[in-house]
Design a protein around this ligand. Sequence first.
Ligand SMILES: [Zn+2]
Length: 50
Amino acid sequence: MPPVAPTVYTRQTLPPKGSCWYCEKPLDSVRRFCGKECHDAFDEEAEFTR
Ligand SMILES: [Zn+2]
């Protein structure tokens, strides 16, 4: 496995926080995104800021 920069969250390392990581919509505590759109959008942003 390639090393991951500790300051950069990817969707695999994101801890569930009770709301969507992208749009902050409240979610149950085990989900990170409210849907695929936010998931993909967050991913694209992560790629872009890497
Ligand atoms: Zn969302």
